[in-house]
Design a protein around this ligand. Sequence first.
Ligand code: MSP
Length: 511
Amino acid sequence: MTGGRPYYLTTPIYYVNDAPHIGHAYTTVACDALARFMRLDGRRVRFLTGTDEHGQKVEKSARAAGMDPQSFCDRVSQSFREIRTLLNISNDDFIRTTDPRHIRGVQALWEELQRRDQIYLGRFAGWYSVRDEAFYEESELVGGKAPTGADVEWVEEENYFFRLSAWQDRLLQFYDKNPDFIAPQARRNEVVSFVRGGLRDLSVSRTSFSWGVPVPGDPKHVVYVWLDALANYITALGYPETESGDYATFWPADLHMVGKDIIRFHCVYWPAFLMAAELAPPKRVFAHGWWTVEGQKMSKSLGNFIPPQKLVSQYGVDAVRYFMLRELPFGSDGDFSHRAMVGRINSDLANDFGNLAQRVLSFINKNAGAQVPQPGAYAEPDRLLLQMASSLLPSVRPCFERQQFHHALELIWGVIAEANRYVDAQAPWALRKTDPARMATVLYVLVEVVRHVAILVQPVVPEAAAKLLDQLAVPAERRGFSALDERLVPGTALPKPTGVFPRYVEAAETS
Ligand code: MSP
């Protein structure tokens, strides 16, 4: 789409030290649903994802795999790229921090910061965690480890420093003026109190390893991996070119979606780097929660990282997407269990939505000439249900704008439940003999409601929604939100329906 107000959203770029798992899939699916929603709502969307390939952690993993870092990154980055097909992701761009366009952009940002006297050479002595790629104060350590539980090592080396301490007041003013910059509220409080507690200058280069972007003019240093990584959000838009092209169209980003563990980097360091380079900070950072699996933290030692391939082959792509966005209030932590997944598939998808569509469409196919019925005058219950369906978009839109996916789905499923009650109350099968004209009206109301719901769920379950819209003979160009106000044309032939949400049946135990 070329017209429309721009909307730029990003996932974090994923470390290539590990294969993709459901944690990564979660952030990407949430962004994808939002990107699809905005496109259907007429926005000009740029949706970026990618991989974070530099730093000591990746260098170590490459060595452990017996590979040179570049070949190692090429291999793992590819597995993140494959998520696109696997989970039906509609990203517009995929950036790698080893891309020449990115390296050029990071060096330009460095030079800009240096020109503005925001970087100076000093000596670092302190604690560093390779797993978190983060520095910690002595006072932050818990039992000799990072607050995240990661091991730390004592590091002393010549480093460049960014004058973060000088930005404390301006950051606090920025948060104050932009109450929506950090969501949810609890994360906002966490960031504000961290900044109020005082900021120290930040080491932004390393000399003890070489897998990174060389510091311009002093190549024995590589740029700190977080300064390198955060810059992806602008280098993908063509930074340092800011006057024209994608940067001019899409920056500042409407949303950086991140997990709660990396909020400090996105809400403190990133806006400080940008302001220091006289660039606009992003409009919003949303931090989602973390998944446990069957009640346990995911960890290498437990071997319970679920690869997205496994989920999709077991439950299907739409079911996985729906579950992720419906199961938890977005922002909270939650548990990924087989039982909960099957519950959602069989009750919300198969029973509530699938059954509604299936019984209406097969009834029309068998008993109403396999075409969109001709409605007569509407009765009160018809008007009420149609009204509920057409008021969905105005109530669902703010939920998406505020990343309240679970709430948007609750509202849509509220209409599905109402439609199921309406089928039972109006009993079209009984009207077939007694009042065929009334039967046609009832069926028309129902296909209209199914059309509304199918259009609105496209961002979350794109495959099933497309199949359903095919079965309603809705042409591809009439599937955007602006088409919601239109009506199905009576007499349009409808193809033979097939179920779009199969029930999940446990495989029989084999011994
Ligand atoms: N490379 C950095 C991000 C740089 S962005 C400029 C990074 N990468 S990561 O691969 O470790 O994590 C990426 C995202 O996955 C984070 O947002 C993180 O919160 C998310 N998740 C990792 N494990 C997760 C769960 N168990 N549950 C939900 N999300 C999780 O951090």
